[in-house]
Ligand binder design. Structure first.
Ligand SMILES: Cc1cc2nc3c(=O)[nH]c(=O)nc-3n(C[C@H](O)[C@H](O)[C@H](O)COP(=O)(O)OP(=O)(O)OC[C@H]3O[C@@H](n4cnc5c(N)ncnc54)[C@H](O)[C@@H]3O)c2cc1C
Length: 372
């Protein structure tokens, strides 16, 4: 029996398990596949919401807290595991945003560095961009993280921690209820290799990404979190084509430290279907080439997809599951689960461990269910 069961080994579950163990708790992390191989692996790793001024204050509050935490997190994972998550401060260049005035006002209000660029300044900065861009917004402090490496490094950290037990290839299928009214949970029912077993803990945290709603539904708890498929492409140009992350019309290019270039992403409401499609390949290729024409002669190295945990307005549910004393959820980070992860995990821990929260928990309270 552990102090905590964490259900779901994505970025949120792994960060939560690591931090609980640092605080001295024993943790069992249960993952239906391999840790870190779902949305958290599929994502682009931009450490900022896209068009951040268009999000509500609760998303901004978590994003800003997490952006402050990321450099130290990446450095501590590198020194602990030898795996570098490659937190890279490339900056974010947004082209021809129709609401630039609102963006600049937002940046001044929240204290984010954002500069307006004219055409000459855009092309002085990114020489290989297609012609025709007239106006840019430049956020020099924005970074990207190489998420698969972040996840490998988190996994190595968890494997080395004697307080953490990892149960991969194990699905949680139900909860064990306690009390006459079922007001707490004493453990979970798991399936592993075709066999069922019970695992017990004092407290349980559900961080099962897009699958969280289905799991909580077994307790008749309605959580409006839905899968939203995203497809991406990977290029390996022979020479560097971009210095910074570039975003226009909802599509973006992310340069990695070693020269790889990611292109994202689609937004598809197709349930739990994770297949990649020719349509998405063509559409993402067209977006990439419209930004950087040189990519027309570069082959696509890979195409993949992932299921974002979509919550209304992209505001995650973080806190007590209503009606259950010792059950918590951390899910629904939608398009921003990588950037929001450190602050989301921190907030949940503040709630669980009854510490003064660094971010006001109220907007994320699962008891205030927002409509889809
Ligand atoms: C194409 C794409 C691009 C993205 N780009 C960015 C970006 O640039 N920046 C950003 O911040 N975010 C981005 N995101 C969003 C981000 O990836 C997600 O919000 C984030 O990874 C969600 O993390 P998670 O831990 O909640 O979910 P997941 O990583 O999906 O992890 C949930 C885990 O729970 C496990 N699980 C589910 N059910 C069970 C069960 N019953 N029992 C045991 N285990 C279970 C799953 O197997 C999975 O491993 C992107 C997402 C996609 C798809």
């Amino acid at each position: 029996m552990s102090d905590f069961l964490v259900v779901g080994g994505g970025v949120l579950g792994m960060l939560t398990a690591r931090e609980l163990a640092v605080q001295g708790a024993t943790v069992t992390l249960i993952e239906k596949g391999e840790c870190g191989r779902e949305a958290s692996w599929a994502g682009g790793g931009i450490v900022s919401p896209l068009y951040p001024w268009r999000y509500s204050e609760p998303v901004t509050a978590l994003a800003r807290a997490a952006q402050r935490a990321y450099p130290a997190l990446a450095a501590s994972l590198l020194s602990e595991t030898g795996i570098d998550p490659e937190w890279e401060q490339t900056g974010l260049l947004m082209l021809d945003a129709a609401d630039a005035g609102e963006a600049l006002a937002w940046a001044a209000r929240v204290g984010s560095r954002m500069v307006s660029l004219d055409r000459d300044q855009i092309y002085a900065q990114e020489t290989l961009l297609a012609p025709g861009f007239e106006q840019g917004l430049w956020m020099p402090d924005i970074a990207n993280i190489r998420n698969p490496r972040l996840l490998k490094s988190l996994l190595a950290s968890l494997r080395a921690n004697p307080r953490v037990r990892l149960q991969e290839h194990t699905s949680v299928v139900d909860f064990l209820r306690e009390g006459s009214g079922g007001e707490s949970v004493s453990g979970v029912v798991v399936r592993h290799n075709g066999h069922s077993a019970h695992l017990s803990a004092d407290r349980i945290i559900v961080s099962a990404g897009a699958w969280s709603a289905g799991l909580l539904n077994t307790l008749c708890v309605a959580l409006p979190v839905q899968p939203v498929k995203g497809q991406m492409l990977l290029y390996r140009p022979t020479a560097q084509v971009l210095k910074s992350i570039v975003l226009t019309r909802g599509r973006y290019l992310i340069p990695r430290r070693d020269g790889h270039l990611l292109v994202g992403s689609t937004l598809e409401h197709t349930g739990f279907d994770k297949s990649t499609t020719e349509d998405a390949l063509a559409s993402l290729r067209a977006s990439a080439e419209a930004l950087v024409p040189a990519l027309a002669s570069t082959p696509v190295l890979r195409q993949w997809s992932g299921l974002r945990p979509g919550a209304p307005e992209g505001i995650p549910f973080i806190g007590h599951v209503p009606g259950f004393r010792n059950l918590y959820v951390n899910a629904g980070q939608y398009r921003n689960g990588l950037v929001l992860a450190p602050a989301s995990a921190q907030l949940l821990l503040d709630i669980v461990l009854k510490r003064p929260p660094q971010v006001d928990p109220q907007p994320y309270d699962p008891a205030t269910v927002r409509s889809v």
